[in-house]
Design a binder for this molecule. Structure first.
Ligand code: TRP
Ligand code: ZN
Length: 477
């Protein structure tokens, strides 16, 4: 009893103490000063449970101008280390009253930060560049942040130990940053929820080619170094930016429909490694028919003679390791609509990227008179029910499951099953409306299932539960 009474007394004392402490804070923040800014620090992440430090709170990127100077490693036996020096000029908008905000940056050293042209205090942790703007930024206010930085580049790896980010090669760099590797080469809010337009000026030793996203605006050589200027005016997620450097041969042409194509292929590769690139105009026309107009200013590919072990749908300029097979070329091209123009709202939504791109590759195969989409579907469904393939929840694959086979193949099978269920008309209306409605930004699985129901006029809860959430092989749907 007495014990309980003591506790109650202590509690009420604590409550009183809290009220006393809390009162001044409330008093300074609100009464009498409506609309007065309440400054706080922007969050160190965008709130993605899979990658908590990816992206940043309190800011909204508008435009990123990257001025990069890169020297690849010396010939063997010199270590495989490059030298990268950069000036990132970032136009952003505050989304809350900010006395501090972060950008993501890893493995490079910041020398100087200015905000609004004035030098600012900053600190760096392993993943974050922390900037203290003065004057503080008010919500809605636009600001230009300039970061001077640089350092030694190596071969970064993602959480699955796959090469990604600024991957140093003997003759340059392969730059492919999914999901959170952009921070290995420039300061950015490294999450698809914060897209921006980009410009690149990349200076490399004369004889090397630097290939970024968008269109090639200029190329000029001075004192043995060549500066390559690229414009990428379309909204782009950081992981889709590239600035690959190599001994590339550029092939520029325009499709019959007037789209500029710029391919960069390492001449050390046999012609067969890049033969499928010639199909791009035909493939683009095919996917435009299914998904709507090609969304960006240009397209093309980079085919490097080094390998990161996979290809990536770098925006407007798909990246291929050593070989661009026809199926992979179709897959990466389809990603330009599905993944690049409409990007995952959270990394848990990755099946919307990989399922669509894989399904698009099935459609292309069928169009070419090879295996039909139904045949590919049947092939996936021939996997025995007790195979661990079926145990992955494709709509929540966990960070280490982002690129699991089921995300691709069960994702594609889900779309095929949906197509058969709602019919071709509704299915392709859904595909086009998806790009139309969410293009330039992001969307989630919930957005997709809601749109599928809206377009088809069908209740699809059980269907999507079976295909996207049940950790077992679908039997009826
Ligand atoms: N998104 C790439 C594609 O399917 C694949 C990818 C990115 C990947 N990172 C990876 C595949 C790591 C395996 C491992 O086009
Ligand atoms: Zn893919």
């Amino acid at each position: 009893m007495s014990h309980r009474r003591t506790m109650l007394a202590a509690l009420s004392a604590a409550g009183l103490a809290l009220a006393v402490v809390a009162a001044p804070a409330v008093a300074t923040a609100a009464p009498g000063k409506p609309g007065q800014p309440r400054y706080s620090a922007g969050a160190d992440g965008a709130g993605d449970p899979y990658f908590p430090l990816a992206g940043n709170g309190g800011i909204d990127l508008q435009h990123i101008d990257l001025d990069l100077d890169y020297t690849p490693p010396a010939p063997e036996p010199a270590p495989l280390e490059g030298q990268l020096d950069g000036v990132a000029t970032i136009d952003l908008r505050a989304t809350q009253d900010l006395d501090r905000f972060n950008l993501d940056l890893r493995g490079l050293t910041v020398h100087r930060v200015t905000v609004g042209g004035k030098p600012m205090a900053f600190t760096q942790t392993e993943n974050e560049l922390v900037i203290t703007p003065r004057p503080k930024l008010k919500a809605g206010q636009g600001s230009q942040v300039v970061v001077e930085y640089g350092g030694t580049t190596t071969q970064p790896r993602d959480i699955d130990d796959e090469l990604y980010g600024w991957v140093t090669t003997r003759d340059g760099a392969m730059v492919v940053s999914e999901p959170d590797g952009a921070a290995t080469w420039f300061p950015v809010s490294d999450h698809p929820s914060d897209k921006a337009s980009y410009d690149f000026e990349i200076t490399v030793p004369d004889g090397l080619v630097a290939v970024a996203n968008g269109t090639l605006a200029d190329q000029s050589t001075n004192d043995g170094r060549t500066t390559w200027t690229w414009h990428a005016p379309d909204q782009m997620a950081a992981y889709l930016a590239t600035a690959s450097v190599g001994d590339y041969t550029l092939n520029r042409y325009t499709t019959p429909d007037g789209l500029e194509i710029i391919d960069a292929v390492d001449p050390a590769l046999p012609a067969s490694a890049s033969a499928s690139l010639a199909l791009a105009p035909e493939m683009i026309a095919f996917f435009e028919d299914r998904f709507g107009p090609y969304p960006f200013v240009a397209y093309g590919a980079i085919v490097d003679d080094d390998s990161v072990g996979y290809a990536l749908e770098t925006q407007t300029r798909s990246f291929f390791s050593r070989r661009a097979s026809e199926g992979t070329a179709a897959h990466e091209l389809a990603h330009q609509w599905m993944g690049d123009q409409v990007s995952p709202g959270r990394w848990a939504d990755i099946w919307l990227n990989e399922g669509w791109a894989s399904y698009a590759s099935w459609m292309w195969s069928e169009e070419q008179g090879r295996a039909t989409a139904q045949t590919n579907f049947d092939e996936v469904m021939s996997t025995p029910a007790d195979d661990e393939f079926w145990s992955l929840v494709v709509a929540d694959p966990q960070p280490h499951g982002l690129f699991a086979g089921a995300v691709y193949d069960r994702g594609a099978a889900t779309l095929h099953a949906l197509r058969v269920k709602i019919g071709d008309d509704a299915f392709f209306e859904l595909a086009k409306e998806w790009v139309e409605r969410f293009g330039g930004g992001t969307a989630t699985t919930a957005d997709f299932t809601a749109l599928a129901e809206e377009v088809s006029g069908t209740q699809l809860d059980a269907f999507f539960q079976t295909w996207l959430y049940a950790p077992e092989k679908p039997t009826t749907w």
